[in-house]
Design a binder for this molecule. Structure first.
Ligand code: C2E
Ligand code: MG
Ligand code: MG
Ligand code: MG
Length: 273
């Protein structure tokens, strides 16, 4: 009887695993097809200063299937990273973002908007990444100072010097760097001091959980203090309520992004331009 159960259990697990493998294979095929058929889009989420002025946007990737349904990046970015598809997808993001930045630059009302793109560690460490960023800036003739690259702490793989050197090469073009989801990873303060970031983005988990005097509030205050002493800009992510906004303003935060101000939207729905 035990043997019988064991066999059933084995069959159960192998079927479940096959289902997972099949689902991943199908998603990978969908991503390849979406790339070939130009079904990726950038959505733009506004970023505001303390006076409520629009200062820029974060470009967030969306993938559409053949029926027009949207596939969320949370579900496809990890697989794209594993399969290496993130490299051609990331190339597309870089081109699309620079093309949009160029359009904004051509108009007075949008000429000083910055645009942030998310770059995964795998993409960043490709040998030709610096060359690709350089080429995109030249090709679209964008003001590099308005382009920002968001990295997460996972970008530091192996020795930190490699990452620092690469960041410096890109910064020499005028491009700026933001450290995304700050507070959720493992980076020590000494790392933060050595990596030439311009901006920290407070992870939305802290913004969401922040309440007077609780641990998230303490973390937010600490991040703001650190950023002040290291001369870094800070953006609070995931601001959904005016209570959160007020509290962040009280703590000295001056840049904001979140549903309170606007969800990510396709360019047709962007408020200015
Ligand atoms: P992220 O870069 O930290 O982006 C912020 C995420 O929070 C976005 O999710 C955004 O839609 C969401 N968000 C913004 N404001 C609020 C809010 O007020 N409340 C809530 N609940 N959520 C908010 P999204 O667009 O689903 O993207 C998820 C993640 O996928 C991004 O996190 C980023 O890590 C990754 N990603 C998106 N686009 C790209 C891309 O072009 N390349 C790469 N490598 N990764 C990307
Ligand atoms: Mg981001
Ligand atoms: Mg983030
Ligand atoms: Mg994130």
């Amino acid at each position: 009887r035990a043997k019988h159960d064991g066999r059933n259990l084995h069959r159960f697990f192998s079927e479940a695993m096959q289902a997972v493998v099949a689902e991943r294979a199908s998603l990978e095929l969908k991503l390849r097809a979406a790339l070939a058929e130009n079904r990726f889009r950038l959505f733009y989420q506004p970023q505001l200063d303390s006076t409520g002025r629009l200062i820029g946007a974060e470009a967030l990737l969306r993938c559409f299937d053949t029926h027009g349904s949207m596939i969320s990046p949370a579900s496809f970015i990890p697989l794209a990273e594993e399969t290496g598809l993130i490299v051609p997808i990331g190339d597309w993001v870089l081109q699309a973002a620079c093309a949009q930045l160029r359009v904004w630059q051509a108009h007075v009302a949008t000429g000083d908007l910055s645009l942030s793109i998310n770059v995964s560690a795998k993409q960043f460490h490709q040998p030709d990444f610096v060359a690709k960023v350089t080429a995109a800036i030249e090709r679209h003739r964008v003001n590099a100072g308005l382009l920002k690259i968001e990295l997460t702490e996972s970008v530091v793989i192996g020795d930190i010097e490699t990452t620092v050197a690469r960041m410096k090469q890109i910064k020499a073009l005028g491009v700026r760097f933001a450290l995304d989801d700050f507070g959720t990873g493992y980076s020590s303060l000494s790392y933060l001091k050595r990596l030439p970031f311009d901006q920290l983005k407070i992870d939305q988990a802290f913004v969401r959980d922040m309440d007077d005097g609780n641990s998230s509030d303490a973390i937010v205050r600490a991040i703001l203090a650190i950023s002040q002493s290291l001369d870094l800009e800070v953006v609070a992510e995931g601001v959904e309520t005016s209570a959160q906004h007020e509290r962040l303003l009280q703590r000295g935060c001056v840049m904001f992004q979140g549903y309170l101000f606007g969800k990510p939207v396709p360019i047709e729905a962007w408020p200015v331009g």
